[in-house]
Every structure is written in structure tokens, then in C-alpha cells.
Ligand binder design. Structure first.
Ligand code: FAD
Length: 309
């Protein structure tokens, strides 16, 4: 039996593990892939106090920091179900392996994944011109030409954000109209270096010498193919929280994000959540770490307030 069981081994889960272990309580981490999205990241330049680092390096540092404490790390294990606290106040997390872990509190930090376009070139040029996070990678395209795929709020926000950094932005929307809030659309239309293309389906990302150099799309009304020369493609067609396994147990938002309050508490007593899997805005490493630390402190607070010693 654990005092604090953390599900997820990304920045949020690692931070929660360090904070929980430092309270001297029995701490475990279950992770499908320790390191999380950080493992898929090339350069990181916004982890405050570290000017520049690489994802795999940070992932190794996360693991090293957690291993400096007495934490039971169960890597390559997928959680499949969460059962609310029983009469003894114990929460159960069932794993795909068939094992069931019991804990007095749980911190869920299962993160999220970007929805991909699934077109040729997207995977190949990921991190080499294909990007998903304007806050992370926008400055790398200073003075260059980029496309933003997706005309929802995040796509239009990204286009407005990038227009202030890059030379030119082409926003590509599949539908016949943008879905973003009117105030954002108005702001977008006021920008001189943004072009909006509607009813357009991205068909391929092209590159040369390992770098993106163009994008092809199909005009959905005429069927014509077009090619745009550019250096970057920001894909903004959705961030999918890894929370399917919680459906029916923990309250989720319409987008499937775990609803948390300012302390990281979820709808279930003793169950806390942090990072990209939650409703907390702005999905970033520093934010996930802060939220993970907060959730662990809230779990500890729960432990000292519950009756069992
Ligand atoms: P994640 O990192 O997603 O970790 C989730 C963890 O949960 C993983 O260990 C995963 O294996 C595990 N997990 C998921 N489901 C289960 C399950 N059912 N059972 C058990 N374990 C499970 N942010 C920045 O601040 N700066 C950047 O430069 C930056 N660049 C990025 C570049 C890319 C390509 C990507 C994809 C993201 C980038 N981000 C960046 C965003 C940042 O990586 C995330 O905000 C951060 O990793 C979120 O941390 P997290 O711990 O909430 O989730």
C-alpha cells in the first residue's frame, strides 16, 4: 500500500514524486513511458534558469532526481482503471498487467498528446520545421514563413502570436469558416502578414536536406492542389488528454481534461491531478512541474487530515 501513488512519469509526475518522497511518505510512480512528452522534444529554451537543453537530457535528469529518493518507480506500466476510495480510504489503480495498486492518495499526471494531421512528411519533419507548440518553438522561426494548421481558438491564437515573430503566417482551415471566437478572428484579420485559406486540406509537408521547405494542400471546393513555400508548420488541431481510462470515475471537462481546483483536487476525495491532463491552462513543462508539486502537497495535506496514521 502506498501513501501517494503517482500515475504518469512526465514533468508533472516527476515533480509530484520528489515532493511526496521528501515528506517521508511511501511514494510510487506508475508510468507507461517515464519522461513523457519531454522524450519527444528536441530543444527546450523556456525551462527557466536553464537557457538551453534537450528533451532526452531533461528526461534523464527527471529520472535521476526522482531516483535520489526512496520512490518505487514502475516504468512501462499502463494504468487502466481508477477505483474510488473504499471504506478504509484506499484508492485502487488497476494496471494493464492485471496488477492492482492501492494507495491512500493518488496524483494523476498522465499528460496529453497533440493530434496529428497524418500526412506524408509530418512525422519525418517533426522538430525540423513541423511544430506543435508556438510558446516553445515560435522564436525558432523568427523572420521566416510558417503555416498554422487549424482555425479553432488555438490555431488562431497561434497565428496571432506567430505573426509578431515570423515574417509571414498562412492559416489553413479545413472547414469553410474559422471556428475561433469572433474577437480573435477580428484581431487576426487586422494583421498585415497573415493570410487565411479556408476549405483547404493539407496533403503533404515537403522538405529538403532534413528541413521543411513547403506544404501542399487541396482546395476542397475545386479539388486543385496548391503548394506554399515556407520554413515551418504549426499543427493546431487539438491536444488530446490521456484520460480515457478515467471516464466514469473522475469528473472530466468537455474536452476530456481532468477538472481540478486551485489545489489540484479532482472530484474524488484523495485523488489529485496535475499537468497537461488537467483543465489548467497553458501546457508547458514549468507549469506541469509547478502543478505536480502542488498536487503532491495537497495529497500530503489529505493524508495528515485523514484518520489512518
Ligand atoms: P507528459 O509529459 O505527457 O507525461 C505523461 C506521463 O504519463 C508519461 O510518462 C506517460 O507515459 C504517462 N501515461 C500516460 N497515460 C498513462 C497511463 N494510462 N498509465 C500510466 N502512465 C501513463 N513544453 C515546454 O515548456 N517547452 C518546450 O520547449 C516544449 N516543447 C515541446 C515539444 C514537443 C514536440 C511536445 C510534444 C511538447 C513540448 N512541450 C514543451 C510541452 C511539454 O512537453 C508538456 O507540457 C509536458 O511534458 C507536460 O507534462 P505532463 O507531466 O503533464 O505530461
Amino acid at each position: 500500500t502506498f501513501d501517494v501513488l503517482i500515475v504518469g512519469g512526465g514533468p508533472a509526475g516527476a515533480a509530484a514524486a520528489v515532493y511526496a518522497a521528501r515528506k517521508g511518505v511511501k511514494t510510487g510512480v506508475v508510468a507507461e513511458r517515464f519522461g513523457g512528452q519531454v522524450l519527444d522534444t528536441l530543444g527546450i529554451e523556456n525551462f527557466i534558469s536553464v537557457k538551453q537543453t534537450e528533451g532526452p537530457k531533461m528526461a534523464a535528469a527527471l529520472e535521476e532526481h526522482v531516483k535520489a529518493y526512496e520512490v518505487d518507480i514502475m516504468n512501462l506500466q499502463r494504468a487502466e482503471q481508477l477505483v474510488p476510495a473504499d471504506a478504509d480510504g484506499l484508492i485502487t489503480v488497476k494496471l494493464a498487467s492485471g496488477a492492482a495498486l492501492r494507495s491512500r492518495s493518488v496524483v494523476v499526471a498522465t499528460g496529453a498528446r497533440w493530434r496529428e494531421m497524418n500526412v506524408p512528411g509530418e512525422r519525418e519533419y517533426r522538430g525540423r520545421g513541423v511544430a506543435y507548440c508556438p510558446h516553445c518553438d515560435g522564436p525558432l522561426f523568427k523572420g521566416k514563413r510558417v503555416a498554422v494548421i487549424g482555425g479553432g481558438n488555438s490555431g488562431v491564437e497561434a497565428a496571432i502570436d506567430l505573426a509578431g515573430i515570423v515574417a509571414h503566417v498562412t492559416l489553413i482551415e479545413f472547414d469553410g469558416k474559422l471556428r475561433a471566437d469572433e474577437v480573435l478572428q477580428r484581431k487576426l484579420r487586422s494583421l498585415p502578414n497573415v493570410r487565411v485559406i479556408l476549405s483547404a486540406q493539407t496533403t503533404e509537408v515537403h522538405g529538403e536536406s532534413g528541413k521543411v521547405n513547403a506544404l501542399s494542400y487541396k482546395d476542397r471546393s475545386s479539388g486543385d492542389q496548391h503548394r506554399i513555400e515556407l520554413e515551418g508548420v504549426f499543427v493546431q488541431i487539438g491536444l488530446l488528454p490521456n484520460t480515457d481510462w478515467l471516464r466514469g470515475s473522475v469528473a472530466l471537462s468537455g474536452r476530456g481534461e481532468i477538472e481540478v481546483d486551485a489545489r489540484g483536487a479532482t472530484s474524488l476525495p484523495g485523488v489529485f491531478a496535475a499537468g497537461d491532463a488537467t483543465t489548467t491552462p497553458y501546457k508547458q513543462i514549468v507549469i506541469a512541474m509547478g502543478e505536480g508539486s502542488k498536487a503532491a502537497l495537497s495529497a500530503f495535506d489529505h493524508l495528515i487530515r485523514s484518520s489512518a496514521p
